[in-house]
Design a protein around this ligand. Structure first.
Ligand code: TYD
Length: 138
């Protein structure tokens, strides 16, 4: 996990079914997501321009979707940084473990939906950047 690079993270396009009454996108275990989804959480009412994240996970894999609005995700593997904008509800960013991430530039009213491979476990978080860099050299 500690050797993963930002290039192991990928943006995927979900199926988008057009309908005259609106669109629908579907995520199924084993199809669009390469892990079993154990937890879903979402960020909302984030003040415009606010930042979230600023941590890494040791094991957790996530699919991050801008269900509404937009935000940018800065991925950092200790060597390389990548910035990804999510602004379509049918796009998702797969984030592998061992990647420092910051979510920035939330548009007002945006919703960040996260499908996660594990239940919440504070021990899986690395919240200190220098600890993260140590983890990457283990
Ligand atoms: P955190 O993951 O640090 O938020 P973000 O990265 O979006 O800024 O979580 C914020 C708080 O919410 C933290 O105190 C833990 C709690 N929390 C849970 O209790 N369960 C969860 O599934 C998540 C994601 C967070």
């Amino acid at each position: 996990m500690n050797k993963n690079s930002v290039f192991d993270c990928s943006v995927i396009e979900l199926d988008k079914h057009h309908h005259e009454k609106g669109n629908i996108s579907i995520v199924e275990n084993g199809n669009e997501v390469p892990f079993d989804v154990k937890r879903i959480y979402y960020l909302y009412d984030v003040p415009g321009g606010e930042d979230r994240g600023a941590h890494a996970h040791k094991e957790l894999r996530q699919l991050i979707i801008a269900a509404s609005g937009s935000f940018d995700i800065i991925l950092d593997d200790g060597h390389v940084k990548r910035s990804i904008t999510l602004n379509r509800p049918y796009m998702g960013l797969l984030v592998v473990p061992g990647i420092w991430r910051e979510l920035i530039n939330f548009s007002s009213g945006s919703i960040c939906m996260v499908l996660a491979s594990h239940k919440y476990d504070e021990d899986d978080y690395i919240r200190d950047y220098s600890e993260f860099l140590k983890f990457k050299t283990k």
